[in-house]
Ligand binder design. Structure first.
Ligand code: GDP
Ligand code: MN
Ligand code: MN
Length: 244
């Protein structure tokens, strides 16, 4: 890595509304340089993209009603989750789904915090496209990572993960490189967009800080390649879940 590596919170962003030009709002507050990695909380992309919904507008299907009863949730909320999902992995005691764009998360990543009473906020419809659009708007050879705070299987505590990115490869490929003893590495693919998203998310905070954008400066990273969402046919854990 180059030295130093630095993290910069973008201060002074207002409450984001539908139609806001986030790329310009970021550039006005922190001039972006070539090589920067600009991490943006999915929440504000969703707001800018008009992904806010009124809970009352959802008409629950029979399936939504039945799942909702099992877990004591609002059937309209469960309906919203199902509409954003391509597959239900677990429906009790919480709802774990694969979203329409492939991310696995509880409640399809639908947020009720930082959005207003009676409202919900869906994840961006296509976070990879969102990242592309912001990157174009930044008008620099910079990378963009769309983050969301997520729970994890097997481990306590939420962390930031990447749900979309542009101008950066998702994975760093160590295969063929050597370790300290000179042995050739055979299988290490490192999910660098998640690693960067984790630290950025930590700096953003989860509450009322109002800091949804973190710029990371001084990283060396591949410009393309790799994927994060494991192809369905290679996903052993999902198979096991469905054997139940
Ligand atoms: P998520 O991780 O993408 O679900 O987003 P969070 O709800 O955890 O928010 C991440 C950060 O963005 C926190 O610092 C929030 O205070 C901030 N945030 C959320 N919405 C807005 C907004 O509309 N404007 C500003 N300035 N900050 C926001
Ligand atoms: Mn979220
Ligand atoms: Mn968060």
């Amino acid at each position: 890595m180059r030295d130093p590596v630095s993290f910069h919170l973008v201060r002074g962003l207002p409450s984001i509304r539908e139609g806001d030009d986030l790329a310009s709002m970021i550039r006005e507050r922190l001039p972006i340089r070539d090589g920067d990695v600009v991490c943006i909380a999915s929440t504000v992309l969703s707001k800018a993209e008009g992904r806010s919904r009124i809970l009352e507008d959802y008409a629950p299907s029979a399936m939504a009603a039945s799942i909702a009863e099992g877990i004591g949730k609002d059937p309209r909320f469960v309906e919203a989750v199902l509409e954003e999902s391509r597959e239900v992995l677990i429906d009790s005691p919480f709802l774990l789904v694969a979203t329409n764009f492939g991310h696995v998360g509880v409640n399809a990543g639908i947020d009720r915090s930082n959005v207003g009473e009676g409202k919900i906020l869906l994840l961006p419809e296509d976070p990879m496209a969102s990242a592309d659009r912001i990157r174009t708007g930044l008008d620099r050879d910079a990378a963009v990572i769309v983050t969301d705070t997520c729970g994890r299987a097997f481990r306590c505590g939420v962390t930031g993960v990447a749900i979309g990115w542009s101008g950066i490869g998702a994975l760093r490929d160590w295969r063929g490189e050597r370790d300290l003893e000179g042995r050739v590495l055979e299988i290490t693919l490192e999910a660098i967009v998640d690693e960067i998203a984790g630290m950025a998310n930590f700096l953003m905070g989860e509450g009322g800080d109002g800091t949804p954008v973190v710029v990371v400066r001084g990283l060396e990273y591949p410009r393309s390649g790799g994927r994060i969402f494991r192809p369905r046919e290679l996903d052993v854990i999902r198979d096991r879940l469905q054997e139940e």
